[in-house]
Design a protein around this ligand. Sequence first.
Ligand SMILES: Cc1cc2nc3c(=O)[nH]c(=O)nc-3n(C[C@H](O)[C@H](O)[C@H](O)COP(=O)(O)OP(=O)(O)OC[C@H]3O[C@@H](n4cnc5c(N)ncnc54)[C@H](O)[C@@H]3O)c2cc1C
Length: 419
Amino acid sequence: MKANEEIHIIGAGLAGLSAAVQLVEAGKCVRIYEATSSAGGRCRSFYDGRLERIIDNGNHLILSGNKSVMRYLELLGAENELKGPELAEFPFIDLADNSSWTVRPGSRAIPWSIFNSKWRIPGISIKNYYSIWRLSQATPSDTVGACFDTDGVIWHRFWRPIIVSVLNTDPAYASANLLWKTLKETFGLGEVACRPLLAVRSLSQALVDPALSYLSGKSCKLDFNKRVRKIISEDQRVKGIETTDLVEIGERDAVILSVPPYSAAQLAPNLIVPNTFQTIVNGHFRIEGRSPEANFIGVVGGMAEWLFVRGDVVSVTISAANELSKISEVEIADKMWADISSVFGLGSSNRGPSRVIKEKRATFEQTPEQVARRPSARAEFTNMFLAGDWTDTGIPATIEGAVRSGIIAANSALEYMEN
Ligand SMILES: Cc1cc2nc3c(=O)[nH]c(=O)nc-3n(C[C@H](O)[C@H](O)[C@H](O)COP(=O)(O)OP(=O)(O)OC[C@H]3O[C@@H](n4cnc5c(N)ncnc54)[C@H](O)[C@@H]3O)c2cc1C
């Protein structure tokens, strides 16, 4: 490596951390600038004084087929921080009639053993799985709504809950192509690739802290509370970045911009980026008395979409929630509690303190129009590369997308530096 050759990473979310890990692995010197006082970005945990527990900003579900995440954790020695059932299974309950069922994808690729009547969702027939074939034929401008019969039982009892949480977008407008690409890598490979995994202790302890420990002993400097305010360029090259001071970018240095799209557009105004967003609302409830035994369960016919249980905290997730986020937190908490108490048979004496978190720009809105605005890792400057769940990874804006984007940007930077 040439003297003083450095890669400057702006943003310490999972995309930035994944790029840093990849580059340090390749023997490079890395410097990270993070605007806030902690790493993790949209995937973080904190101690909540009201619940007196560590909670996540939002529940995050990862599938065992998310291969970039799995490799990242393996490299960091943190595989055991995610846990799920031995076999892929997705339990559901319908609050309208209290029916419950468990979808078990089985060992084969789509259409799996749900063809077996034993595992079939109540009320559906095999012909409903025809939608998957239509999805596989989708073009970039097709919506999920155009591929599915959105009136049927299977829609409400399986596809809608899965799709809205994967794409964080009303399925009627969501990109069919994006959904198909992620289904192929997960459910499409059978149960080995679609075991649902959750952070055992917290998101930060699973995905963020291990990266910080890994990087701290290596050629990496991480500056917190260092918001990058300006990128200074000349002749299609970044030559400086302005934080509280001016950092000069050397002749052979590279920059990775791994901030959310709205921040990227401020720093590089010529960039075309996704520019509409969807909220995810989460509610965390401490349960007094007996805690539910489940790990997670999909809810149909209520306001909650998924319930997650960690110790004595039950958390509720609702995606594509721009409208819901306009309602007061107290009202949202009461409605969420109504669903929790129905699902787990809990009474008012079990209701402990709670916290509602509205993540207003949880992801970009994953419609065909917005997907078309995703830029590739190579930006307008020869020595700058883009990372983030919103860049064109080909898969949805998820942890897998963020980690993968970091690897793509890191490899592009390495290629640039080698030439
Ligand atoms: C509530 C919620 C639930 C979710 N559920 C799931 C799920 O179940 N499964 C799943 O796979 N994904 C889920 N996601 C999506 C997942 O969290 C994101 O895809 C991922 O965390 C994005 O990582 P990122 O690094 O691309 O961006 P970010 O996490 O946004 O990181 C960007 C970083 O850049 C920093 N930054 C911004 N501007 C500047 C600047 N000017 N200078 C320096 N630093 C700057 C920010 O502070 C931040 O740390 C969820 C997201 C939310 C919010």
